[in-house]
Ligand binder design. Structure first.
Ligand SMILES: [Fe+2]
Length: 252
């Protein structure tokens, strides 16, 4: 990395093989693993400051339901991918950090590639109002690294829930069937935690906020080999454009 005074020391590449093996096992079994220890505390702090700056300058509110996930809700402010890429050398340099990519590939057990869609590489979200939630969904691409930059107390909400080893059929998402037929794993992440998620086969959501409170995350997305061959033509990229055809307004 260059230009921002942050070098490869931002990412710890010296984790013991046993620790990477433990992370990899958890990731494959549950679709998710906490990887906070991969990243220096100082780096996590400056990423939080950077996300708060980007939100202050570029946040756009979203309140909608998405047809391709069975009309689950998206209520939050976002900074879209291309705005982040154009305005944060810090985020783009971490995204291409070789030490980070090596560690994530070791956990995933496969090659990871830069996201082929420029509008889906990055996303910053800020939940802020009572009821805000990122409703049940899957990702279009295989891998996400989520930086939980600011989290409310556990009793307020914002917890992550996951149903691993599930598949997204955009024309028949059958989310309630998956919930009825499988265990739901719930995770609390505190401010500063980072987790690695297999997004295309892990149905996931955040528990709605019980009251006005702030929850900020940065999402970095990568693709697997399998994703590079797929055709993505559904008009449901709500984070990029609130007026996509799959979105419908929230009726309170
Ligand atoms: Fe997600």
């Amino acid at each position: 990395m260059s230009g921002n005074g942050l070098g490869s020391k931002n990412v710890r590449t010296s984790l013991e093989n046993d620790e990477i093996r433990r992370m990899s096992h958890h990731y494959h079994r549950y679709g998710i693993v906490t990887v906070t220890d991969l990243i220096e505390a100082h780096t996590r702090q400056v990423v939080r400051t950077e996300a708060e700056r980007l939100l202050q300058q570029h946040a756009e509110r979203r309140d909608l339901r998405l047809e391709t996930t069975g009309f689950t809700r998206r209520s939050m402010s976002v900074v879209p991918s291309e705005v982040i890429a154009a305005n944060s050398e810090l985020v783009t340099s971490i995204y291409s950090n070789p030490g980070l990519l090596d560690a994530l590939e070791a956990i995933a057990g496969e090659k990871i590639h830069p996201c082929p869609k420029a509008d889906e590489e990055f996303l910053i979200t800020r939940q802020e109002q009572r009821g805000d939630t990122h409703g049940w969904h899957w990702g279009d691409f295989s891998f996400a690294l989520i930086w939980v930059l600011l989290a409310p107390p556990i009793d307020v909400g914002g917890l992550l829930q996951c149903v691993p080893h599930t598949e997204w059929d955009k024309s028949a998402p059958r989310i309630n069937s998956y919930l009825a037929e499988n265990p739901i794993n719930t995770y609390y992440f505190a401010s500063g935690d980072v987790y690695f998620l297999r997004t295309d086969t892990t149905l996931h959501r955040t528990i709605p906020l019980r009251e006005d409170a702030t929850r900020i995350i940065l999402n970095m997305t990568w693709a697997g080999d399998r994703d590079l061959k797929r055709d993505l033509n559904a008009d449901d990229r709500w984070w990029d454009n609130a007026d996509v055809s799959a979105a419908s307004a929230i009726k309170k």
